[in-house]
Design a protein around this ligand. Sequence first.
Ligand code: SF4
Ligand code: SF4
Length: 276
Amino acid sequence: MKNAKYLILRRVVQASILFLFFAGNYYSWIVLKGDLSQSLLFGKIPLSDPYAVLQMFTAGAAISTDLLVGSAIIILFYGVLGGRAFCSWVCPVNIITDAANWTRRKLGFDMVGKRTPISRSVRYWVIVISLVISYFLGIAAFEFISPISMVHRGIIFGMGFGWATIAVLYLFDLFVLKNGWCGHICPLGASYSIIGKFRLLKVKHDSDVCTGCMRCKVVCPESQVLHMIDKESLPVLSGECTNCGRCIDVCEDNALGFFLKIQNSKKGEIDNEEDK
Ligand code: SF4
Ligand code: SF4
């Protein structure tokens, strides 16, 4: 393995954010208070999950200025820069599903190119269904049953039922469906795929140095986004890429790297700052 730079960085960021939420609750630190749906940064800057706000709006709730501003900040950050980075750099469920993925590989459950029995588009239908239910029941439907909130609140306010949620997610991804929750069902991850479609930070593939070892596809939680591997020099355009950097970590040929898309020139070339 080349290195684990991005994996370690992600875990540090995830743990730090969780700790700041925890400290906001237990020690009244003002850095980050609230939860993943709605929080306050430095006691002043509102941050809101746009998908949660959309459910509240559909349910008929009054949307405060703070919620609107908070959503706009999040959409701007992930839409312009990070893409679906929320999933791999912030969401605590990612640690569980990555662990299930790792276990699958160790147990030899995985085969590259093996088709999964259900479409990865199901998650977009879950968004639609949750909004319809929110409309008819007058509640933010997914927020009500979200395993992400259960795990996150469990870590911050005390586990309790959170352990059962962790076990179910892990066992589901391990035995039932590879990347089952994050890669097929989770509507929150799907909402960030939509928001991050035109992000500036992307992974780029250089086919001139790629040896086609497929290590990247084995570790990628959304391997369909790496369709260009061993074929063309193209960036990963799909919003389903979580910008986790795992493919870059495991590539021993330096064929993958993050780049910041500044602008497209007339010839369609990409001006970028590379980080391999
Ligand atoms: S897909 Fe959902 S549960 Fe998975 S990391 Fe993204 S937001 Fe979290
Ligand atoms: S393409 Fe790379 S950065 Fe994107 S999800 Fe797959 S492993 Fe992560």
